[in-house]
Design a protein around this ligand. Structure first.
Ligand SMILES: [Zn+2]
Ligand SMILES: [Zn+2]
Length: 279
C-alpha cells in the first residue's frame, strides 16, 4: 500500500488532471441522462451543487486560500472533507492554483487566465495544470490536509462504493452535483476576468489585473462574481462593497461563525462600536 501511494504521489500531476477531467465529463453526461429519466434527479444534483459550492467557496477559497475567516480546527476538517467529495481536486492543490492566480493574475503565469488560455479552455478544461505546491507550504504542513491530498482517490473511491452499495443512483446524483458546482466555479474563472461586453458592458479598470464585477454571476455563484472587489481586497470574507452587492456565501459564513465562533463576531461588533464612538 505504501509503495502504491508513493507511486501515486509521484504521478499525481498526471493522474489528477486526467481523472478529474474524465469525471467532470462523465458528470455532465450522467446529469443529462438522469434528468431525461426523471427531472427530480436534476434537482437533487442542483441541491448538492449548493453543498459542494459552500465547501469550495467558503472553504477552499475564502478560508484556506485567503485565511479570511477564523474557523475552529474541527470545522476546517469537516469543510475540507466535504470539498474532497466535491471532486474539484485536493484542497492543497486547489489553493496552490488559486494563490498562483492571485500572484500572477492575467499574465502568462496565471493558471487559468482567459486572456492567455482562452475562455472555452478555462470553462471546460480548467483541471489541466500542475499545481505549484510551493504556494501551499503552510497548508501542506497540516497533517489532516496532507492526508486528504495523499488519500484523495482512496477517500473518493470509498464514497463511490458506499453509494453503490446503498443505491447506484446516488453516484449519478453525486457526479451531477459535482459537475454543476464545477461549471459554476469555472464560470468565475472564465467570465469574471477580461469579461466580454455582453456580460460586462463597461470598461471599468480599477485593479491592475483584468478582474471584473459581474452581477449576474454573483447571483448564481454565491457572491464570487464580485470578483473585482475580491481582487482589490482578498482578505475580506464578505465580497459585497456596496449595499446592493449581495454575497450569499458571505451571509453563510456569518451564519456559520454565529455557531462555530461567536466570540469572533462579538469582538468584531465591540471594535466597530468603539470606532463609531471615538469618531
Ligand atoms: Zn480572479
Ligand atoms: Zn481569491
Amino acid at each position: 500500500m505504501r509503495k502504491l501511494l508513493k507511486i501515486l504521489r509521484y504521478k499525481r500531476h498526471i493522474i489528477d488532471p486526467i481523472l478529474l477531467t474524465v469525471l467532470f465529463v462523465i458528470g455532465g453526461i450522467v446529469l443529462i441522462g438522469l434528468t431525461l429519466q426523471d427531472s427530480a434527479n436534476f434537482w437533487y444534483s442542483f441541491h448538492l451543487m449548493f453543498v459542494f459550492g459552500f465547501a469550495i467557496i467558503a472553504g477552499n477559497h475564502r478560508l484556506f486560500s485567503h485565511n479570511s475567516w477564523p474557523a475552529p480546527s474541527w470545522f476546517k476538517k469537516y469543510i475540507s472533507l466535504l470539498s474532497t467529495f466535491a471532486l474539484h481536486g485536493p484542497v492543497v492543490a486547489w489553493v496552490a492554483v488559486h494563490r498562483q492566480h492571485h500572484h500572477h493574475s492575467d499574465t502568462d503565469k496565471d493558471p487559468h487566465s482567459p486572456i492567455y488560455k482562452g475562455r472555452l479552455w478555462v470553462q471546460f478544461m480548467s483541471y489541466n495544470y500542475t499545481p505549484d505546491l510551493r504556494y501551499v507550504l503552510d497548508l501542506y504542513k497540516d497533517k489532516w490536509l496532507r492526508g486528504l491530498f495523499d488519500y484523495y482517490w482512496v477517500i473518493n473511491a470509498t464514497l463511490f462504493f458506499v453509494l453503490f452499495y446503498i443505491n447506484p443512483l446516488y453516484i449519478g446524483i453525486w457526479l451531477g452535483g459535482s459537475f454543476l458546482a464545477q461549471m459554476n466555479a469555472f464560470a468565475v474563472n472564465s467570465l469574471a476576468h477580461n469579461s466580454p461586453w455582453w456580460i460586462f458592458p463597461t470598461s471599468e479598470r480599477i485593479t491592475k489585473d483584468a478582474s471584473r464585477n459581474v452581477p449576474l454571476l454573483a447571483l448564481i455563484d454565491g457572491g464570487e462574481g464580485w470578483h473585482l472587489n475580491h481582487h482589490r481586497a482578498p482578505w475580506k470574507w464578505y465580497f459585497g462593497e456596496k449595499w446592493w452587492q449581495f454575497d450569499l456565501t458571505g451571509v453563510q459564513i456569518f451564519a456559520t461563525l454565529l455557531v462555530v465562533n461567536p466570540s469572533y463576531l462579538l469582538d468584531l461588533y465591540r471594535k466597530r462600536k468603539q470606532n463609531v464612538s471615538t469618531n
